[in-house]
Write a protein that binds this ligand. Structure first.
Ligand code: ADP
Ligand code: MG
Length: 159
């Protein structure tokens, strides 16, 4: 499955989708998240962290000045937030390539700030519809992403 989109009503639904992704994720997965401020990227990332079983005492947040947070779950979660990224050099400085090529799950908020987005299996674009509804558009960019997306979409009505 190359593309799939869905509508969530409320943060819990967005989080549940993220959780399922975290449960399904294989080592080395890279997921890019795009969408305006308040679209729900961090909410989705919190669900992913849940699905990986990261400890609740180090919650996933929208850090103002931190570009990278690492959470330890079934797989390590490398949570990048590029909102304040000023230059591509910063991404290199963060050791992005080494982490993304490792065995964790790399999740990148504000991936669309990069003129050249890094390679990823899955891209998720979140869009604000109204106070409680968000549209999530998923796009798979390789065979791993396609398999994952099929599983995610197949499970969506059982969340
Ligand atoms: P971003 O990281 O994209 O800037 P956040 O996840 O930090 O966005 O914030 C999303 C905000 O929108 C939260 O306050 C959340 O409670 C609210 N919200 C309302 N409805 C939804 C929904 N369906 N999905 C995700 N967030 C929602
Ligand atoms: Mg955020």
């Amino acid at each position: 499955m190359r593309e799939w989109h869905t509508l969530t009503t409320g943060p819990l639904e967005t989080r549940a989708l993220g959780r399922r992704l975290g449960q399904l994720a294989k080592p080395g997965l890279v997921v890019l998240l795009a969408g305006d401020l308040g679209a729900g990227k961090t909410c989705f990332a919190q669900g992913v962290a849940d699905g990986l079983g990261t400890p609740a005492d180090t919650p996933v947040t929208s850090p103002s000045y931190t570009l990278l947070n690492i959470h330890c779950g079934r797989l390590p979660l490398y949570h990048f937030d590029l909102y304040r990224l000023s230059a591509v050099a910063d991404l290199e400085d963060l050791g992005y390539d080494e982490l993304a090529e490792g065995d964790g799950l790399t999740l990148v908020e504000w991936a669309d700030r990069l003129s050249t987005p890094p390679p990823a299996s899955l891209r998720v674009e979140l869009r604000h519809i109204d106070a409680t509804r968000r549209e999530l558009r998923f796009q798979a960019d390789d065979t791993d992403g396609e398999k994952l997306l099929a599983a995610l979409a197949g499970a969506a009505n059982t969340l």
